[in-house]
Design a protein around this ligand. Structure first.
Ligand SMILES: *[C@@H]1O[C@H](CO)[C@@H](O)[C@H](O)[C@H]1NC(C)=O
Ligand SMILES: *[C@@H]1O[C@H](CO)[C@@H](O)[C@H](O)[C@H]1NC(C)=O
Ligand SMILES: *[C@@H]1O[C@H](CO)[C@@H](O)[C@H](O)[C@H]1NC(C)=O
Ligand SMILES: *[C@@H]1O[C@H](CO)[C@@H](O)[C@H](O)[C@H]1NC(C)=O
Ligand SMILES: *[C@@H]1O[C@H](CO)[C@@H](O)[C@H](O)[C@H]1NC(C)=O
Ligand SMILES: *[C@@H]1O[C@H](CO)[C@@H](O)[C@H](O)[C@H]1NC(C)=O
Ligand SMILES: *[C@@H]1O[C@H](CO)[C@@H](O)[C@H](O)[C@H]1NC(C)=O
Length: 402
């Protein structure tokens, strides 16, 4: 099908280009350097350029400054070096997919693309970009990149980094992310620095060694941290989440967290199986949680000094003795459990539970419903925490954004 379109498209290039600098190609497939050179006189390529599977080892697409559609390399095991000394803007998706020989990508003028989607480019390790300052969606998955210096976006809809085994540092210039940031399964020594980030809709971060969000003020949706290697976590400027949860699950080295300004979580709070955490006493200003609070771990102390409203359940269980904390927390239990009603859902607090770390999902059980009633109020409130769903939502969101 591409071949049919190619002939008239390329035939048109020669005549159109000379006059206006714009070549309309619809979709053209480039299978050799000679075919790439046919586009050299076009200032703008109107349409999509596909590098075909029989491209050979080197393609230089110099000449055009803009490609209005997509630029695609797909299922290619020949191309090793792909370059353009002229392309500044790609109106659509810059997509590299299963380009298994590609090691070098040289686009030193490229500053803008609607989306970057590089997936299964397992040898790609040398990349030169404008740098790229504008893109809605970025996905880098299964590459050989050890730096992201070519990416200098200040905002994005979605940014996903996964399975980049050599990546050891991501120093981001993002100030806002309106969709989701997903970082997972990269190199086990990944240092993520989001120093400029002010607000983010959703984030899901796993397997990172350092994580820094000094300026982060608002999480509009949810933030989730799983299986990370950091020993401490600090969100010094975070004031609230607008709709979602905060979750920390299975961060085995975590010993300390700080949330000095966090006043409200609009969803739930889940802290589970972070076995190095010996206390949960780092929410000095937290007053309102609109979902449930669920805590599981090895801690000996739990305290929420300013807590005023918890719409869901409050469910704590530790491998250690937390009797003293339970006695204090119990004062906030629902009236039906003898407390002052701060907590609206079921209140449960148990010590010496050997299996405390095994319960890591986002739902709270009704087992603590000690008054035996099965009231809807508690049932609904106890399940407000939707952290378990967040992963799915984020991935679906990303797929539709690309
Ligand atoms: C991938 O390219 C090879 C030729 O290099 C071809 O034989 C194969 O059919 C292509 N696969 C797909 C899914 O396009
Ligand atoms: C997130 O919250 C910030 C600060 O309140 C706001 O400026 C921004 O528009 C919100 N973004 C979304 C996507 O809701
Ligand atoms: C990476 O994190 C995921 C959770 O998102 C976890 O299942 C996996 O075991 C982690 N891998 C390593 C090597 O820590
Ligand atoms: C934290 O927020 C305050 C008040 O909004 C601001 O002045 C300060 O610069 C922020 N800190 C960082 C590291 O951005
Ligand atoms: C708890 O975290 C450890 C790593 O710290 C992990 O090996 C284990 O599988 C986790 N347990 C559950 C139930 O997630
Ligand atoms: C926890 O972190 C805070 C802020 O980074 C620090 O002031 C405090 O000393 C730490 N506590 C422990 C026990 O490490
Ligand atoms: C956490 O508690 C479990 C069960 O008591 C225990 O096996 C494990 O060694 C503890 N881990 C840490 C880091 O204290």
């Amino acid at each position: 099908m591409f071949v049919k379109q190619l002939l008239p498209a390329l035939a048109a290039i020669g005549s159109v280009a000379a006059q206006s600098g714009t070549c309309t190609v619809s979709t053209t497939t480039v299978n050799s350097q000679a075919e790439a050179t046919k586009l050299a006189s076009c200032r703008t390529v109107k349409g999509t350029v596909v590098i075909g599977s029989e491209s050979g080892a080197t393609i230089d697409l110099s000449g055009p400054e803009e490609i209005t559609g997509d630029l695609i390399v797909r299922n290619n095991s020949q191309l090793a070096t792909f370059s353009s000394s002229s392309v500044q803007k790609i109106g659509g998706n810059f997509k590299l997919e299963e380009a298994t020989f590609l090691t070098s990508l040289q686009f030193p003028e490229l500053t803008e693309a609607r989306s970057i989607e590089w997936v299964s480019v397992t040898l790609l390790n040398t990349v030169s970009l404008g740098p790229l300052t504008k893109a809605d969606n970025v996905r880098l998955s299964d590459t050989f990149l050890d730096t992201l210096d070519g990416f200098a976006l200040s905002s994005a809809k979605s940014f996903k980094l996964d399975n980049n085994r050599r990546l050891s540092e991501y120093k981001s210039k993002l100030t806002q992310v309106s969709g989701e940031l997903i970082i997972q399964a990269n190199g086990l020594d990944l240092d993520v620095d989001l120093s400029d980030l002010i607000w983010i809709a959703n984030m899901e971060v796993a397997n990172v060694t350092q994580f820094s969000v000094p300026a982060l003020k608002v999480v509009n949706g949810s933030a989730r941290f799983d299986s990370n290697l950091f020993e401490s976590f600090s969100a010094p400027n975070l004031t609230h989440t607008e709709t979602g949860d905060i979750s920390f699950v299975g961060n085995g080295f975590l010993q300390n967290m700080t949330f000095p300004k966090l006043t409200e979580i609009a969803g739930g709070l889940l802290i589970a199986n972070n076995t190095g955490l010996d206390r949960v006493t780092f929410f000095p200003k937290l007053t309102k949680v609109s979902g449930a609070i669920k805590l599981r771990g090895n801690f000996t102390e739990v305290g929420f000094p300013e807590l005023n409203i918890v719409r869901g359940a409050f469910d704590v269980s530790s491998t250690a003795n937390i009797e003293k904390s339970c006695d204090k927390l119990k004062e906030s239990a629902p009236r039906s459990q003898g407390g002052d009603g701060t907590i609206e859902g079921v209140f449960t607090c148990t010590s010496d539970n050997d299996k405390a770390n095994e319960d890591t999902d986002g739902s709270t059980s009704d087992s603590g419903d000690i008054d035996g009633s099965d009231d809807d109020e508690n049932g609904a409130a106890g399940l407000v925490l939707n952290a378990a769903l967040f992963g799915l939502v984020a991935v679906a969101g990303l797929a539709s954004a690309l």
